[in-house]
Ligand binder design. Structure first.
Ligand code: PMP
Length: 288
């Protein structure tokens, strides 16, 4: 049985329970992080832990552990799974109000201990055939709040928009806010315009993906022209290439947008180059 970490100890998943009055359950009051693990080695763990810290600070919840404690939990949890490539989920909620306090007050409870859950699922990288074919996406006005830079568990808008994509037979919904590209419902978006890789700059309207950061580093290191800044809706629609990026989707070419072909309707050369660089980078990091 694969084990999970709950509030300070490892235990079998089917023995792990969270009280019904947990604010994560009642109010969606918490944050999460997803860390890819290859051959039981967490990928870019420090960056994920820094983003977790940013999310916790954003919801004014103290980080229950320091970096070293998190690292130990992540490594030990990864070691306790019977599969080597993993998607590790970390979730921290504002916990259960102490006795005598309201059970469902929006305002913070006093002195509640946070609930900390960490578990792993098998990580299956995107199939080569899917990368070679590309995926389709739809667009929608960005319906989310103003702090999309925080990885909060209250994901109603993302859930509904991802489902809309699935029902359209597509892989992703790409958001437009005030005429500008923000990101996907569960990914960051890059476009290639006349050989230049363009993507929105980090802001409170998007989550800065760890994959996004790796892609920008690789582009800089390998001489790919990059422009980080506004991408207009018109720029998105006329792009030669569109990709979605995330820890699980890696570099995934979008070949149809709102039923119109992107570029020539096939994954482009810059996507292929970046995917090769990304796969190499993953290998190098894991071998180290
Ligand atoms: N934006 C959103 C809204 C996401 O849910 C994700 C996936 N976590 C990303 C971007 C990509 O982040 P990462 O590259 O760290 O997986």
């Amino acid at each position: 049985m694969n084990e999970v970490w709950l509030n300070g100890r490892f235990l079998p998943a089917d023995a792990a329970n969270v009280p019904v009055f947990d604010r994560g359950f009642l109010l969606g009051d918490g944050v999460y992080e997803i860390v890819p693990v290859y051959s039981r080695k967490p990928f870019r763990l420090d960056a994920h832990l820094a983003r977790l810290q940013h999310s916790l600070q954003g919801i004014r919840l103290a980080n229950p552990y320091g970096i070293e404690a998190w690292r130990k939990i992540a490594l030990e949890l990864a070691a306790r799974q019977d599969f080597a490539d993993q998607s590790l989920l970390i979730q921290v909620t504002r916990g259960v109000p102490l006795p005598g306090q309201p059970l469902r007050d929006h305002a913070f409870p006093r002195d509640a201990a946070p609930t900390v859950l960490v578990f792993a699922q098998p990580l299956v990288p995107p199939a080569e055939a899917q990368k070679a074919a590309g995926v389709c996406a739809i667009t929608a006005p960005d319906p989310r709040w103003q702090r999309c830079d925080l990885k909060v568990i209250s994901l109603m808008a993302n859930v509904l928009m991802r489902q809309r994509a699935v029902e359209a037979g597509c892989a992703e919904t790409i958001f437009i806010r005030d005429g500008l590209l923000t990101e996907g419902a569960a990914s960051n978006i890059f476009v290639v315009q006349d050989g230049t890789l363009c993507t929105p700059a980090p802001s409170t309207h998007m989550l800065t993906g760890i994959t996004y950061e790796v892609v920008l580093e690789l582009a800089a290191r390998h001489g790919i022209a990059v422009r980080v800044g506004e991408v207009t809706e018109a720029g998105l629609r006329s792009a030669d290439e569109i990709w979605m990026t995330s820890s699980t989707k890696e570099i995934m070419p979008v070949v149809m947008l709102d039923e119109m072909p992107v570029g020539n309707g096939r994954p482009g050369p810059v996507a292929r180059q970046m995917d090769a660089l990304y796969q190499q980078f993953k290998q190098d990091v894991m071998r180290r």
